[in-house]
Design a protein around this ligand. Sequence first.
Ligand code: UDP
Length: 327
Amino acid sequence: MTNILVTGGAGYIGSHACKALKRAGYTPVTFDNLVTGWKDAVKFGPFEQGELTDRARLDEVFATYKPAAVMHFAALSQVGEAMSEPGRYWANNVGGSLCLIEAAVAAGCLDFVFSSTCATYGEHDNVVLDENTPQVPLNAYGASKRAVEDILKDFGAAYGLRSVIYRYFNVAGADPEGEVGEFHQPETHLIPLMIQAIRGERAGLTVFGTDYDTPDGTCIRDYVHVCDLVDAHVLGLKWLEQGKESRVFNLGTGSGFSVMEVIEHSRAVTNKDVPHSIGDRRAGDCTKLVSGSTRAGEELGWEPKRSTLDQMIADAWNWHQNGHYET
Ligand code: UDP
């Protein structure tokens, strides 16, 4: 079986990717420091604990498993935290990624799939966000991801590293079979926070700003189901296996929903009230992030299957009935 090194395989998206890889006939090897990930989420292949900045540890893991490719999910990913602690974002997301990329090249592992973000685009009025949109991030999270994209480009030119870079929009939902799901501590993302509020696990949800230039004044995002997202990663692996060139793809559905609309849909799907109040804007938030690209569909053959907002809320809701890891 072909080994794939999955950094962040104990996290939300990485654990779903491991499941998809196993289903596609690969062996996912999780490399994770368990700072935000969970050992209990590693269910589909071997686990190696370590830091991305530990080059000796990475060399050891590459030597042991001889992976055919790297899928790099491990990162800090909270906009609010990135605004208040930017140094951690540069050290972890950029420093850690650079160390990983250098280790991969040294090991001769030259196929690389990278999780980037629509946050690299920043604020653009009335502009369709496709892969050619200028990247002007508003926060250190987006800036750190853009920097790694640049590193991958330079290492491609210098060493023949080939990369598939995915710019995710807002990832939501959970494995419909309930084996893995979203569990962050602390939680900062809209849909799981809303579910916790509905379940009475927190006092309520604060809507971050109602004075944006949108129809209802709240921010608009493009939500994509985690299972669809990781299916794209398997397609990206095949793309590299076929010897194709490095490529960037947006992963979003092209449909935007405001925070208030997400609350409304949650009320309808769960048939329960969503306790919420109105608060100030969160620093670093863009008004609207909606993909305007069809490239992943046209070139990779990617077809989202579960990415309606209601399906994502329903899958997240079902997971959250038992949805947590112990360790
Ligand atoms: N949001 C909110 N209250 C919260 C968390 C998020 O109003 O407690 C809003 C946030 O301002 C953004 C949207 O929900 O407009 C999605 O935020 P999330 O943190 O889930 O993802 P991000 O867009 O930051 O990647």
